[in-house]
Design a protein around this ligand. Structure first.
Ligand code: A4P
Ligand code: MG
Length: 177
């Protein structure tokens, strides 16, 4: 069994049923996954919906974890969490209770039918780029590009504001909820 630990960044988004609560609940569930630990998280960002302008605003966050789960098992685990949170299959880019996307997995570049890493939309979304920059300002993508450069070149503006939240990973603090 491969027990090597990898560094993974996950984007979390929600725009239904009390989005900040859904985001925090998802972080807690990810931290409970086997062989997985939360290392850090960004602020919580309130953002305008991409594409469907009449949909509710989103809560977005990016978290950094260490995990020994393989990319495919991690994806399956995240799909399970989405399902357990009551997410139903819906239209692409439509409203959702919770969306969990793998942004980066170490320096892996992967293009399979079910999984694309780095995430295909990473470079086009300020609600992903800026939280990622907040927690890892010196990050370089597997392509060799500096995250800072990509974030500076991005013209899409969805972020409305951000709120600092504190998560005590040693106790999986309920105060975070
Ligand atoms: N998949 C491939 N690569 C990945 C990856 N790196 N991480 C596949 C996760 N999944 C990946 O995803 C569809 C399939 O993509 C998965 O089954 C997996 O095999 P999904 O999450 O079920 O479908 P989706 O959410 O409709 O697609 P996607 O691409 O995740 O949607 P987006 O692009 O994230 O759009 N506006 C704001 N402000 N904030 C948001 O967070 N989110 C969306 C959702 C729309 N508008 C938004 C936001
Ligand atoms: Mg998704």
């Amino acid at each position: 069994m491969n027990s090597k630990s990898s560094i993974v960044y996950i984007a979390i988004g929600s725009n239904l049923n009390n989005p900040p609560f859904q985001v925090k609940k998802a972080i807690k569930a990810i931290n409970y996954l086997p062989k997985t630990n939360l290392l850090s998280h960004s602020s919580l960002y309130k953002t305008k919906p991409l594409d469907f302008k009449n949909h509710p605003d989103y809560a977005n966050i990016v978290i950094k974890i260490s995990t020994s789960l393989s990319p495919v098992i991690l994806l399956k685990s995240l799909k399970n969490i989405e399902f357990n949170h009551g997410r139903v299959c819906n239209e692409r880019w439509g409203s959702r209770i919770i969306d969990l996307d793998i942004l980066l997995y170490d320096n892996l570049i992967l293009n399979s039918q079910t999984l694309t890493i780095p995430h295909s939309q990473l470079r086009f979304r300020d609600f992903v780029l800026l939280p990622l920059l907040e927690i890892s300002p010196e990050l370089t993508l597997p392509t060799g590009e500096k995250l800072k450069t990509i974030a500076n070149n991005n013209k899409e503006i969805y972020i409305i504001n951000k709120t600092t939240i504190v998560y005590d990973s040693s106790t999986c603090s309920n105060s975070f909820m």
